[in-house]
Design a protein around this ligand. Structure first.
Ligand SMILES: N[C@@H](CCC(=O)N[C@@H](CS)C(=O)NCC(=O)O)C(=O)O
Length: 229
């Protein structure tokens, strides 16, 4: 029997780190497609039954084989990482753990929202003038600079090894690279770009999300899922 079910949909930016941790910890987990915002009766776990377990109806969400349910990406990641009692993914001291949680929260509430706001007009979910697009790009700068400040001269955001902090930030940045972080954007952000490419090229990331790609121009479609972000 598998350890549990991880509900997600392809390229959901708040799920990438959970998929990574499943692989990293070699957990026997069933990945179940859940398309939030719609009721797909032909998909296991989606619909009323899904909402009754995971009250926001979003992904990622996880259910153990014996019925423990957890949603919210930070909590799901923490739970999966801690399945290895010796894990260093959560940090190796209270201060490191606190800083890991800070980066996870930062990704959720500071990094992804402005990236998604910039992406929306690019994929046709809203309209924006060239001036507005520049403003949306500029709105990402503060958070990207926050990453740059802390990764400069270091290999990992927290301590000397990979932690959930890196997994969250790289997963958030991956959403940007999917649509708007082009080669010219990368040239303007060499430190963050080097960090992204280095971690995103690790074999587990490549296994769960494919080779990293840097776009020539902003663009892209998201045919697999037409709900909200
Ligand atoms: N705070 C939640 C946010 C979850 C979330 O917004 N997930 C997105 C996918 S990345 C989603 O399910 N969107 C569907 C919707 O908003 O209906 C978390 O960290 O898990």
């Amino acid at each position: 029997m598998s350890f549990g079910k991880l509900y997600t949909y392809p390229k959901a930016p708040r799920s990438t780190m959970t998929l990574y941790i499943v692989e990293y910890n070699k957990l026997d987990v069933e990945i179940v497609t859940a398309l939030p915002g719609k009721v797909y009766l032909d998909h296991d776990g989606v619909g009323e039954a899904y909402f009754s377990k995971f009250h926001t109806g979003k992904v990622p969400a996880f259910e153990t084989a014996d019925g423990f349910c957890v949603y919210e990406s930070i909590a799901v990641s923490w739970f999966l990482a801690k399945q290895d009692p010796q894990t260093t993914l959560c940090g190796s001291s209270l201060r490191e753990e606190t800083t890991v949680l800070r980066w996870a929260s930062f990704t959720n509430y500071e990094l992804l929202p402005p990236i998604m706001a910039w992406i929306n007009p690019i994929i046709g979910r809203s309209t924006a003038s060239p001036e507005k697009l520049l403003e949306l790009e500029e709105n990402c700068e503060l958070t990207v600079r926050a990453i740059e400040k802390e990764i400069t001269g270091k290999k990992f955001l927290v301590g000397d090894t990979l932690t959930m902090a890196d997994l969250f930030v790289i997963s958030g940045l991956a959403r940007g690279y999917q649509f708007v972080f082009t080669k010219s954007w990368a040239a303007k952000h060499p430190i963050v770009h080097e960090y992204y490419m280095r971690i995103r090229s690790d074999p587990i990331f490549v296994k769960i999300a494919g080779e990293p790609v840097v776009r020539d121009e902003p663009g892209g479609t998201y045919p697999d899922y037409d709900g909200t972000f």
